[in-house]
Design a protein around this ligand. Sequence first.
Ligand code: 2SA
Ligand code: MG
Length: 425
Amino acid sequence: MANVAVVGSQWGDEGKGKIVDWLSERADTVVRFQGGHNAGHTLVIDGQTYKLSLLPSGVVRPGKLSIVGNGVVIDPWALVEEIETLRSQGVDVTPERLRIAENATLILPLHRELDALREAAAGAGKIGTTKRGIGPAYEDKVGRRAIRVMDLQNPKTLKAKLDRILAHHNALRRGLNQPEVDRDELFDSLCEIRPKVLPFVDTVWQLLDQQRRAGKRILFEGAQGALLDIDHGTYPFVTSSNTVAAQAATGSGMGPRAIGYVLGITKAYTTRVGEGPFPSEQENETGQLLGERGREFGTVTGRARRCGWFDAALVRQTIKVAGIDGIALTKLDVLDGFDELKVCVGYRLDGKEIDHLPAAQGAQARVEPIYEVLPGWAGSTEGARSWAELPAQCIKYVRRLEELIEAPVALLSTSPKREDTILVH
Ligand code: 2SA
Ligand code: MG
């Protein structure tokens, strides 16, 4: 089996956690390569529910190596809390099982504060972030003043690095009428957390190279979705990292040929959390029904997700920019019992028909969806474990989606349970 990268093909929450877990059974190593604890992956294994934010899904399985790559932004306090919660659930998170890239960027409390302050001040212009400090931490990374995991290893140079980052942030905070951050206090709190982080730190690119040479199977676990990508998403209503599959290489310290297959996780309808355009959104009974039946609430923040019909035009687009080879179609059972199902196949913009979402913010807000109406199916698909168990109309729906998105369905998921997965040949 080739090394697989799993990415979301919509706005996140496509059900990646379950699929990654399903695939991790067949992998040796699971790697996170972007984002931070803004992700929320729910895993249900043997009736036990695990909620992961920062750690790779492989961490709950014995015998797998989990890696947090350089492309991830790490809040060390959130990291330690997640490790401790897992330990209390009986998962032994040891340095044999988990490695963290020395060159990953740290999220500091000042990043979280800035994220929340900006959102509060933005009024109608807010992004709807998870307020975890993700954006401000990536800004400092690109601004070349970030504190990185390896800086915890060297307290002597850490003070000078803190002076540098605080010169920037304290100026910003003065402008926002916020108290300045005290260098020594921040230094002390980082020194307090460091013994809990340092045992996991490693030269991850080298470790991954050794694994590759030894023929180990590596699974790259994306967070969020392609429409939240900083370059290709619905900018500025996006997250601050690249969420497409190419980032799996950069964000873990490997070349593009390390990835053999890109699996795009795709929900059979569409959801989005936070602000921003959503052409097929249903702010009506349909949207409400999808939300209730699909239990569409954020893993991390508990926010209700906006819901709408499947947008094939958008997924066709993300399949291209994310380099998706095939999709895993999830939550098909949520569509059980609808008389008819609408699928967005393109848009109308200023009287013209277009086949993709334009890049301009104003145009994205103005497009009107063009729908194709497909018959629904009677009966339940929940828990189906073979193609033969699906109603004929349901198979037709899936086949039509494949045509519209120009990619094959490789996996079908019919419930949150790991066993309820159909491999499509
Ligand atoms: P941020 O915090 O800077 O990354 O937010 C920027 C935008 O990215 C969206 N975003 C997400 N959308 C869906 N799911 C996400 N993760 C959690 C989950 C969300 C939760 O998987 O359940 O618990 O609410 C996620 N993370 C970021 C966010 O809504 C903004 O639109
Ligand atoms: Mg999620």
